[in-house]
Design a binder for this molecule. Structure first.
Ligand code: ARG
Length: 287
């Protein structure tokens, strides 16, 4: 007869070995920063008067693209368009759940042409369930899928009325969250999904009510410090095991390690000048 060989003393403690994290291969859409530049300012990180350089942006971005491929993910590419310097931030291009595409409608006119450009890519690829939205939404910048629930940011970019539109289109529950700190103007700068029921976030980036909602939904979440958030540590991509985030987010990396995730430092200082990081460059194609 079977007897459990593990004595209480042998039982794994609250550290990495308790968790068995498995990576899931993802399909990702990216856009090379060939025409990257900071020519306007639509968030507090952007200073057009300071120099920025598409060449270094490209080198840093290629490292991210190659890393995804090394980790076994599939990277699709959309052709960048001259005059759209922020198009590298593919996360904003749409939201894709179950093969259904909610197109993006940008808040600022400097980026409005990106919405139709990304939408055209999806049509060319043969996506048929495509919705051109009534309300402003900046794609996965403000929509993050956790399990079968969409966490939805508002406050700076995405119109709160978009949340109901997204829920109706995708048929998954949408939980609205209000952002209150202009430095963290998109949800993906203040919160990252790690697994179906695990997230990390910077509480102070959210309104008091939204903080309460997050505590209720994710009581065991990793809480980021302001220092983590300021270096864009929450603009992270997780495949269930590996977490790509800036190497400067040291407190977060330590927390992730304790939970059995494998943090991988990836730095995109040139893109940070536009207020973007690794996750911003990544649009997940689900289903
Ligand atoms: N300069 C861009 C903007 O302000 C950065 C977008 C970053 N993307 C993101 N998913 N947070 O719109």
């Amino acid at each position: 007869p079977y007897s459990d060989p593990i004595t209480p003393a042998d039982r794994p403690g609250p550290t990495a070995e308790r968790h068995h994290r498995t990576a899931t291969p993802k399909r990702i859409l990216m856009c090379a920063p060939r025409y990257f530049d900071v020519t306007y300012s639509i968030n507090p990180w952007m200073h057009p008067e300071k120099p920025s350089d598409a060449g270094s942006a490209l080198v840093q971005w290629e490292r991210l693209r190659d890393l995804y491929r090394e980790l076994g993910h599939t990277v699709e590419l959309i052709e960048p368009i001259p005059g759209l310097p922020d198009m590298v931030f593919a996360a904003n291009g749409a939201t894709v759940v179950d093969g259904k595409v909610l197109a993006a409608r940008f808040r600022h006119m400097e980026r409005t042409a990106e919405g139709p450009a990304y939408l055209a890519w999806f049509r060319e690829q043969g996506y048929t369930e495509v919705h051109w939205p009534e309300f402003i939404n900046e794609g996965e910048g403000d929509y993050l899928l956790a399990g079968r629930r969409l966490l939805a940011g508002t406050g700076f970019r995405t119109d709160p009325r978009s949340h109901a539109e997204a829920q109706e289109f995708f048929g998954v529950p949408v939980t609205g969250l209000s952002l209150v700190d202009p430095r963290f103007y998109h949800l993906d700068t203040a919160l990252a999904v790690l697994s179906d029921d695990d997230i990390m976030y910077f509480p102070e980036a959210f309104s008091a009510g939204s903080q309460a909602v997050l505590r209720e939904l994710f009581p065991d979440a990793i809480l980021a410090t302001e220092a983590d958030a300021e270096v864009f540590g929450l603009n992270a991509f997780c495949d269930g095991r590996h977490v790509l985030l800036p190497s400067t987010a040291t407190h977060l990396s330590a927390q992730l390690g304790k939970r059995g995730y494998e943090p991988i430092g990836i730095d995109l200082p040139e893109l940070l000048k536009a207020g973007g990081g690794a996750k911003c460059c990544t649009l997940e194609l689900r289903g």
